[in-house]
Write a protein that binds this ligand. Structure first.
Ligand SMILES: Nc1ncnc2c1ncn2[C@@H]1O[C@H](COP(=O)(O)OP(=O)(O)O)[C@@H](O)[C@H]1O
Ligand SMILES: [Mg+2]
Length: 365
């Protein structure tokens, strides 16, 4: 069964998540927000809503990633030791392993952090602080033993592919012109080789990590209190794994840098240093939020200044590696490498070579 706008309500009725009477009494609204997956939002009246996600490709890997997300939600619900995880995920309602469908509670009047920043044309520090705290609490929480649980096999304990992206033969299948150029560049610069090799060797299997942290996967919504405060949840746990917390920290840090770069207007051969001067969203405008995120994160982990510094450097470097992935994703269907993808690679390499300088000058930390 492939979900569509016209059958998704029937599906919820069949699964017992919606009652027939409620459908008659209340207006049920369905909107399609398909992206990588087939996604639907279903709203019943003002009170009850569902977010429904079904895989588009039914290959083993795609199916396994949705199963991993469902597994995280199940662990959050059932493992008392994972209360920080439970506090930052949406409410999970159903995982249909036959049809590869996941249903969570729709967060009311929500938008992704990307949409939030774009709508406000600003980068509010409160939300950044909130997310830093949530991530810090997640990473403080040791993984309970999973022996005997089905979820144990969901986590592959693999470093992300970006850390091997400079090795030839790591990517298979048809590559776009843009992606293969990108890989050629990685292979041509010894500094990419050296730093990515180092980071792969230094990869730690420490905590449950989200694995794909970026603004699109952070959801903000009104907390419902009188003061109009916002709350946040982290969604899309398909790449969750037991791994290195620095990857998640880096994911968040690079999101700011990528937004700064990807909103610049590149014009032919004009160098980045020139284009940067007319960036619509100068990185300096985001620095207060970057600081708020990092400070809240480090506070939750109760790191002493030296440990915080080490963690920050690792986060900055893994974030730079994550930028390679962001550039790759942007080039997946592009016949040629774009100037903005080249700029992402250039900035990534600069950060990898001088992470300390990047932390101060770029991130304002
Ligand atoms: N439970 C939810 N309530 C409200 N919005 C959500 C919910 N889950 C996801 N979203 C929104 O839908 C978008 C896509 O969801 P996500 O799980 O990231 O799907 P995909 O795997 O297709 O990227 C998110 O960026 C977020 O804005
Ligand atoms: Mg997503």
């Amino acid at each position: 069964m492939i979900l569509s706008r016209s059958n998704v309500v029937h599906y919820l009725l069949d699964q017992g998540l919606l009652g027939y009477d409620s459908v008659v009494d209340d207006e049920v609204m369905v909107s399609d927000s398909t992206r990588r997956n087939r996604n639907f939002k279903v709203l019943r009246g003002a009170k009850q809503g569902f977010f429904i996600k079904q895989v588009q490709g039914w290959d083993a890997q795609t199916v396994a990633t949705l199963a991993a997300e469902a597994g995280c939600y199940r662990l959050a619900r059932e493992e008392p030791g994972l209360s920080a995880l439970a506090a930052i995920v949406p409410r999970d309602l159903l995982y249909d392993a036959q049809r590869h469908i996941l249903v969570t509670g729709l967060l009311p009047n929500a938008e992704s952090l990307m949409e939030h920043h774009r709508r406000l044309n600003a980068f509010p520090v409160e939300v950044a602080r909130l997310l830093g705290g949530q991530l810090g609490r997640l990473h403080r929480e040791p993984m309970p033993p999973l022996e005997g649980r089905a979820e144990a096999s969901l986590f592959r304990r693999q470093p992300p592919w970006a850390l091997s992206s400079h090795l030839s033969g790591t990517m298979f299948g048809a590559l776009s012109g843009g992606s293969s150029k990108l890989l050629q560049i990685l292979q041509a610069y010894p500094d990419f080789q050296r730093t990515l090799d180092e980071m792969r060797r230094d990869w730690r299997l420490e905590r449950l990590v989200h694995g794909d942290l970026k603004w699109e996967n952070c959801v903000v919504y009104p907390a419902g209190s009188e003061d109009g405060r916002l709350d946040a949840r982290i969604v899309d746990w398909e790449l969750a794994d037991i791994g290195d917390p620095a990857w998640d920290v880096g994911g968040m840090l690079q999101a700011y840098i990528c937004f700064w770069i990807l909103t610049m207007q590149f014009d032919g051969e004009v160098p980045l240093a020139t284009v940067e001067k007319t960036a619509p969203y100068p990185i300096a405008r985001m620095q207060p939020s970057i600081r708020a995120f990092w400070t809240a994160y480090a506070a939750e982990l109760e790191l002493d200044p030296q440990a915080a510094d080490t963690m920050l450097m690792r986060g900055v470097k893994y974030g730079a590696a994550r930028m390679i992935q962001t550039a790759y994703e942007a080039m997946q269907y592009s016949p040629q490498i774009s100037p903005s993808a080249l700029a992402l690679l250039q900035v990534s390499l600069n950060i990898l070579k001088e992470p300390k300088r990047a932390a101060t000058e770029l991130l304002g930390l």
